[in-house]
Design a protein around this ligand. Structure first.
Ligand SMILES: *[C@@H]1O[C@H](CO)[C@@H](O)[C@H](O)[C@H]1NC(C)=O
Ligand SMILES: *[C@@H]1O[C@H](CO)[C@@H](O)[C@H](O)[C@H]1NC(C)=O
Ligand SMILES: *[C@@H]1O[C@H](CO)[C@@H](O)[C@H](O)[C@H]1NC(C)=O
Length: 327
């Protein structure tokens, strides 16, 4: 390569970098602007009209909750039928040495304690936390290696100690009671693979977590080592889906009894305020966003910061809404 083509190349690279930076700043500015305007009265309606999304009830976000309905829901949560109580969930959390002090700790302090068995998997053992060491390198491209090693560990040590196996990230918040109630109606000897389906081919669940029945865990173990199950893969969720598909396990869309979404895989505000967020390019187009498509009995939230976990814990389990029967 001669000097002039090198300099052309570097000019081009600088140009690209500048372009990307400008785009980033513009996006961020746009986002701040939108968030600011969102809270002005009438903005949601205006935006909805602009984007021609009349199918959403645009005043839904301003309507205060009906106290009575919410307090009944809270009372129901405390009551466990024997079938629901007998449904045992093992939660396994993928974390890393750097994330143990904050993220993993907030899971352990909050929703994690409602799992029947709670396991943390990391690249290195941490006997004090405790976290199980997998001898797998850290890094985004190694997530599949970690998941596979974790699943084999669970298969070898816990197969019969739980009925269901929830995989979650250390920024996932789950409402175990809601999930448990749903699972109590399913048969763990059948190959269930629950979560939020990604990709139009519909072979894998993604975003914050998925649930295996015992039969699915068995089939995953059987899949490992088969040519149809990748040895290594850049994307953990895709690879897990591929291994299972080869064993005849496909995900089924996991919605509640009224067809509303239960796995909140985007930041919660993106599910609730679809007008203010541009959905990521990889997000399936067949999902509808908006508060009215979100279940009253959600199972899982993704992209929850540690601080927010403590806030959710308070809002979900301790806050009561006054009604005429309140003391
Ligand atoms: C908005 O949607 C309505 C009904 O779906 C359609 O008839 C109309 O042409 C749309 N308007 C624009 C500007 O896209
Ligand atoms: C639920 O199960 C636990 C242990 O399996 C038991 O100690 C507890 O009494 C049960 N609670 C109800 C309400 O059945
Ligand atoms: C659960 O599924 C297994 C395997 O299909 C079947 O043998 C068993 O009878 C089922 N149990 C119930 C309670 O339906």
């Amino acid at each position: 390569m001669n000097l002039s083509s090198t300099s052309k190349l570097s000019t081009f690279a600088w140009g690209m970098a500048l372009g990307v930076l400008t785009m980033f700043i513009f996006e961020h500015y746009n986002y701040m602007q939108v968030m600011h305007e969102y809270f002005e009265t009438g903005y949601t309606e205006k935006l909805a009209a602009q984007r021609n999304v009349s199918k959403y009830k645009t005043n839904a976000y301003y309507r205060p909750p009906e106290p009575k309905r919410y307090s009944i829901q809270r009372e129901e949560r405390g009551y466990l039928t024997p079938e629901v109580n007998g449904t045992r969930i093992l939660c396994w959390i993928m974390t890393s040495p750097d994330n143990i002090p904050k993220r993993a700790k907030s899971v352990k302090d909050t929703w994690g304690k409602r799992c029947d068995i709670l396991l943390f998997f990391s690249s290195k053992e941490d006997p004090n936390f405790p976290a199980i060491g997998l001898n797998v390198e850290e890094g985004p491209a190694k997530l599949y290696d970690k998941a596979r090693a974790s699943l084999e560990y669970i298969y070898n040590h816990y197969l019969n100690d739980a009925d269901w196996f929830l995989k979650a990230d250390d920024d996932t918040y789950a409402i175990i009671e809601n999930l448990r109630s749903h699972l109590s109606k399913l048969n763990t000897s059948e190959p269930h693979y629950l979560g939020r389906i990604f990709s139009h081919s519909g072979i894998y669940n993604s975003g914050g977590g998925y649930v295996f029945s015992r039969e699915t865990l068995r089939r995953f173990k059987k899949a490992v080592g088969e040519p149809s199950c990748p040895q290594h893969h850049k994307f953990e969720d895709v690879a897990v889906g591929k291994c299972l598909k080869a064993q005849g396990v496909v995900p089924v869309r996991t919605t509640d009894s009224s067809g509303k979404e239960t796995f909140m895989v985007l930041p919660l505000e993106s599910h609730l305020m679809p007008f203010t967020y541009k959905l990521p390019w990889w997000y399936p187009k067949f999902y509808k966003e908006g508060a009215e498509y979100c279940s009253e009995y959600p199972y899982l939230f993704h992209h929850v910061k540690s601080e927010i976990m403590y806030q959710m814990e308070y809002l979900i389990y301790r806050v009561k809404v006054w009604s005429k029967n309140s003391k």
